[in-house]
Design a protein around this ligand. Sequence first.
Ligand SMILES: Nc1ncnc2c1ncn2[C@@H]1O[C@H](COP(=O)(O)OP(=O)(O)O)[C@@H](O)[C@H]1O
Ligand SMILES: [Mg+2]
Length: 406
Amino acid sequence: MHIYHLGLTNFRNFARLELDLPRGPIVLLGDNGQGKSNLLEAIFFLATTRSPYASADRQLIHWLAWKEQQPFARLTARVEREKGPLRVEIVLKGRPLEEPWTLKEPEGPGVTKRIRLNQIPRRALDALGEFQVVMFCPQDVNLVAGSPSERRRYLDVANSQLDQRYARSLSQLNRVLLQRNSLLRRIREEGASQDQLEFWDKQLIDFGTYVIQQRGRFVAEVGPLANQEHQRLAGGPKNLKVTYLSALGQKEPLGPEDLEFQSLTGRLSAALKRERAREIASGMSLVGPQRDDLQFTVDGVEMTAYGSRGEQRTIALALKLAEAGFFRYQTGDRPVLLLDDVLSELDPARRAHLLAFLPPEQQAFVTATDLSGCPEDFLRQAYIFDVREGQIEMNSKRQPPTGLLR
Ligand SMILES: Nc1ncnc2c1ncn2[C@@H]1O[C@H](COP(=O)(O)OP(=O)(O)O)[C@@H](O)[C@H]1O
Ligand SMILES: [Mg+2]
C-alpha cells in the first residue's frame, strides 16, 4: 500500500500542505525543527488515530489556528491498497483560547476528533486497521530498555492495527479495570461488599482473554521473524528469543501451545480467585493483561537488564522489521514505513541492512538532516523532498530516473 496524496491544514507547523507522493523510498531532508517528524506524526495519526509523540491531541493543532473563531486541524490521506482505494480524513476541533501552548498537561482544553473513511463517519475504534504503518524512531530502544508499559503499548498499537476486535476489547478492558480498581479500593478502605467483584471479574475475563490470546499469537509469529532479522543485523548466529510473559497470577511465559481460548479463560479465572486477597489488600488489579510483559534474551542472556544500549537498539530494530514483515503477511500488503532519525544512529552495516529492506515498491519515509549517511545505491532509487518551515518540495536535482510518481 502507499499514500499518494497527503493534505494537512493547521497540523503542527503545516499551515497548509497538499502533497503528491510517490510509491517507494522518500527521504525527507531538512534542518532541525522544520517539520520532518511532524509529517511522520501526521501519517501515523491517520493510520492509528493516535500520535506517537504528543500527550494530548490539542498539541497537534497549529498555534496560530487557536486565534481563529473555530480552531481546527484537518488531515487527509489518499491511499492505494491491494483491497481497494481509501480516503482517510481526520478533523480535530478545539475551542478558541488565548495561548494553549503555554499550558502543560493535563491542563488545557480537550479537542474533538471526527474521522471519515471514504466519506463515511466512523468512530476511532472502527477506523483502525484500514492501512498499516510501522514507525521506527530513536525511542524504540525503550521497547527493550524501558518499562513493561512501553512493551504493552507496542503490542497494543501493533495488534490494534491488524484487528478491530482487539482494539475494542482493549478499550473495554480499560474501562473494566477503572471500575474494578475503584471497587477494590472501596472494599479495602470502606469495607464495601465483595459481591460486585464477581461481575467485574467476569468482564475482565471476557475481554482480557482475547487480548492475551492475540498478544500471544502476535509474539509467536513475530518472535521467530525478529530472530531472523536480528541475526542479519547482528551479523552472526546469535539467538534472539522473544517471550510473552502474561500476568496470570505470577508472570508466566505463554507459548503458542497455551493460547487456546477456553484454557486461557480457565487460567485467568483461577488466577483471579487465587489472588483475590492480595488484590484487595493492594486495592489494585494485579491479574490480567494490564500487567503483561515481553522478555528478550540473546543466547540466553536477558537483555533489558544486561544488554548494552547498542544491543537493545538492534533488538528493537529487528522487532520492528519483523512487525513490518508480519503486517505484510497478514494483510497481503506492505505497510507504510516511517523512519524518524534512525539512519544517523546506526553503524554502516546495520544502516545498509535497514535500507536493503526498502525496495523500490516499498513506500518509506526516511528523515535526514543531510544525505551523507545514505548509501549511494539507496539514494539512486529514493525520492528526495526538502522540508523547510512547514513547506515540502520535491528536490528537482536528485530524483530516481524512473517516474514512479502517479
Ligand atoms: N502545534 C504546533 N503549531 C505550530 N508549530 C508547531 C506545533 N507543534 C510543534 N511545532 C513546531 O514544529 C517544529 C518541530 O518540527 P519537527 O517536525 O519536530 O522538526 P524536525 O524537522 O526536526 O523533525 C518545532 O520547531 C515547533 O516549533
Ligand atoms: Mg525530528
